[in-house]
Design a protein around this ligand. Sequence first.
Ligand code: CAO
Length: 415
Amino acid sequence: MKALEGVKILDFTHVQSGPTCTQLLAWFGADVIKVERPGVGDATRKQLVDVEGADSLYFTMLNHNKRSITLNSKNETGKEVLERLVKTCDVMVENFAPGALDRMGFSWERIQELNPRMIMASVKGFGPGPYEDCKVYENVAQCAGGSASTTGFLDGPPLVTGAQIGDSGTGLHLALGIVTALFQREKTGRGQKVLAAMQDSVLNLSRVKLRDQQRLEKGPLTEYSQYGEGIPFGEATPRAGNDSGGGQPGRILKCKGWETDPNAYTYFITQAAVWQPICDVIGAPEWREDVSYATPPARLPKLNEIFGRIEQWTMTKTKFEVMDICNPLNIPVGPILSMKELAEEPSLRDTGTIVEVDHPERGKYLSVGCPVKLSDSDVEVERSPLLGEHTDEILSKVLGYSAEEISSIRESGAV
Ligand code: CAO
């Protein structure tokens, strides 16, 4: 048995934020029915195409383990089918632009009339407030949620990150909201509305930077490199390059081969508890007991000098040698792994975090499998559905329409 077996999800999501949420729920065993516009489908099916005529990797990697029904929700018969889906499902997930669902005739009030147990979960760019009507994509959320202003180097512009914290990050937040609402429904019998705003989710992930904003009011942020460099702080949490966001200073340092390999780097943390082994390993035993280096506060103004010295050592080793030498000494380090290295990493294949999936239109491709492992709910990653692949199956087996009714639904142009 899978954890969410028996839960039916009306998946009215598109692009990345919503699909990433419903894909997780599908991996945990929910029956996810993706509703798509006839003839068009989720816009990502045809975005960033690498195999002509086939669904793109953008789509296939975000829509595993789902079934697809095409349905025109603006057609009268289509609305009737959608009503039946609302009555049958436990959860409806959507990430349309603000107001789109109301314009379709499916306001929260209407949904409650149709099914009081329904959990209606939405991703929006912003929560209630001045920007609630705005459309939002990933990078807008990274900028509006505090990530971009705190990412990058002090002397450069704000930066967005490669990790899709606005879209996939919000999808994760929404998935937690949905299972929490399902848990509450067990006791109350009632559904509820669940909202995950992308700005809120990014801000939640940038929590430590709001921590620093408040610390800044009390004085300089001594663990930021700019403190040791004598650069004054402004009014807002600054960009901190690759400084560690926690209490143990860290940096990205060059390793052997950095001149030609853009990823020949390691992250190196000068954790206080292992200062002495660090001094030994980098060939600076004189720093072990020297009072001007031996304590964390004494080191903070000298981070550039200390990391410069450590880098002299890391540049003589590959990033994997640094790992092999430091790990037995409990020194926290981590290689900068490229996507190529991750794709080829056997241990990630073994755990199902990287999976190979077969697809009828495109053949074999790699995907990221379920990143959360449950010991009593196995995940088998299945390919994404073709557009409308399960329309008849859902109309008959889930919604109970007869063969004649299905023909007339088809004739109406609703599916
Ligand atoms: N049948 C009929 N019409 C359908 C339909 C269906 N099955 N599915 C969608 N539509 C219609 C919608 O009702 C809407 O019509 P109206 O504009 O008349 O109300 C229209 O398609 C377009 O929907 P949309 O506005 O959501 O899509 P968009 O491409 O214009 O905007 C996006 C995309 C992502 C910017 C917007 O949906 C949004 O802001 N969503 C919330 C935030 C979010 O999730 N962003 C992350 C996206 S990934 O980076």
